[in-house]
Design a protein around this ligand. Structure first.
Ligand code: HEC
Length: 381
């Protein structure tokens, strides 16, 4: 004989558990392939997108995940209907005033204002909140997802603004859902106490007493099931009606996900193109600066500003060399130190220009002036 605390209470039949795991699989797939698109610039996203074989693959996987989720939603509506109309289960997932009271009670308990947690039934308010968050979230995601999936069809009925609005809603709700799962679900189901009922189907008496004491009380005083001769008839009616509704819904989904040529095909894939950026064929004409080059402030800066910053400006400095200000000039270019104080041999502005292998040239006098400036320690002022 098992003692009372070892007794196990059946909570979720296999079909419910399979449903849950289908949800987990599609939700995780959607979150992963969606978030890498939302945060496409981050290194992790780029890594994941590449690992999945590129953006097109990521988007196709996202749509497969979405289709699975939608089919699961259609199945779930059927299950709900079956439980309510055929099995005549009480709608114990509905939110009631009692749940709001329990939420407040738990809040007070968490603050230490109350000694005990509220006594709850088959579904706690934490579970109901999460359930309705998923229902609400799934509806929002399906509607906005379809607008993004079929933007051309959507805008033939709706104003164009709906597409960016749908995108904002879709991505914001996605982030909210992922955070809710990480914070709310993880905390209540795995951290506060590991609830294994979605794995095994059972909860033990201790957990029942803690989480669902009212349900436990009810289970311990079983009532004789009333005879229900009408059930086979209700079952027939329901299955016929639901069968038709589900078939129509599946057909609509199949139509909606295939009929429009979507962005996947309409955007050309990125390809690498070689760009030809011509350099002046002849050295730029030698114009003597012909002024003393005593310091950056007195001469040198202006020489660069009038002869070099056309190519070595701040915006797109050629060879990484920005000669518009002293500090940037000292930092040098991609390959050479441009200015090494006291050491003209290690200063690109002298060696590069003397090498004859540079598009712009200076007169010998100006070069000598720059060399003398460097020898003097390349003073700023
Ligand atoms: C017409 C455009 C142009 C002008 C004007 C110009 N440069 Fe350049 N500069 C280049 C290009 C292109 C390179 C890269 C060439 C190469 O790597 O062989 C370069 C490279 C350099 C480098 C080497 C940078 C490195 O680290 O690779 C130095 C130093 C340099 N220039 C100094 C000057 C100075 C000083 C002036 C003004 C007197 C000047 N340049 C004016 C086009 C220009």
């Amino acid at each position: 004989m098992k003692t009372e605390t070892q007794r196990k209470y059946f909570r979720f039949p296999l079909a419910y558990r399979i449903e849950h795991w289908v949800m987990v699989a599609s939700f995780t797939t959607l979150a992963l392939t969606g978030l890498v698109q939302k945060f496409a610039q981050s290194d992790i996203s780029i890594w994941i997108i590449n690992a999945l074989g590129g953006l097109t693959n990521v988007r196709i996987i996202h749509r497969i995940g979405a289709t699975v989720l939608i089919l699961e939603a259609i199945y779930h509506v059927g299950l709900l209907g079956y439980n309510l109309f055929v099995r005549r289960y009480s709608p114990d997932l509905l939110l009631t005033r009692e749940d709001l009271r329990n939420a407040l009670h738990t809040f007070q308990y968490n603050l230490g204002w109350r000694k005990e947690r509220p006594k709850q039934g088959r579904y706690t308010f934490e579970e109901k909140f999460e359930y309705f968050a998923i229902i609400w979230g799934t509806i929002v995601m399906i509607v906005t997802g379809f607008i993004l999936w079929n933007p051309i069809a959507a805008t033939s009925v709706l104003p164009g603004e709906f597409v960016p609005a749908a995108k904002a809603v879709h991505s914001g709700e996605a982030l909210l859902a992922v955070l809710a799962i990480i914070v709310w679900h993880m905390y209540h189901v795995h951290i506060r106490k590991f609830n294994k009922s979605m794995f095994t189907g059972y909860l033990d008496a201790e957990d029942m007493l803690e989480e669902h004491p009212l349900e436990l009380e009810a289970l311990n005083q079983p009532v004789e099931p009333e005879p229900d001769p009408d059930r086979p008839r209700r079952r027939r009616v329901f299955l016929t009606v639901y069968g038709i509704v589900a078939a129509v819904l599946v057909a609509v989904v199949a139509y909606l996900i295939t009929f429009e040529q979507t962005a996947i095909e309409t955007i050309e894939p990125i390809e690498t193109v070689n760009v030809f950026a011509p350099l002046p064929p002849e050295p730029v004409q030698i114009v003597s600066f012909d002024r003393p080059l005593n310091s950056w402030e007195d001469g040198v800066g202006e020489l660069f500003a009038t002869r070099c910053t056309f190519c070595h400006g701040a915006r797109m400095p050629l060879s990484g060399l920005n000669l518009t200000n002293y500090d940037a000039a000292i930092l040098g270019g991609t390959n050479l130190p441009a200015i090494t104080p006291n050491d003209p041999e290690n200063s690109g502005i002298i060696t590069k220009l003397r090498s004859g292998d540079h598009p712009a040239v200076l007169t010998d006098e100006d070069l000598a002036g720059l060399e003398a400036w460097i020898k003097a320690g390349a003073p700023r002022e």
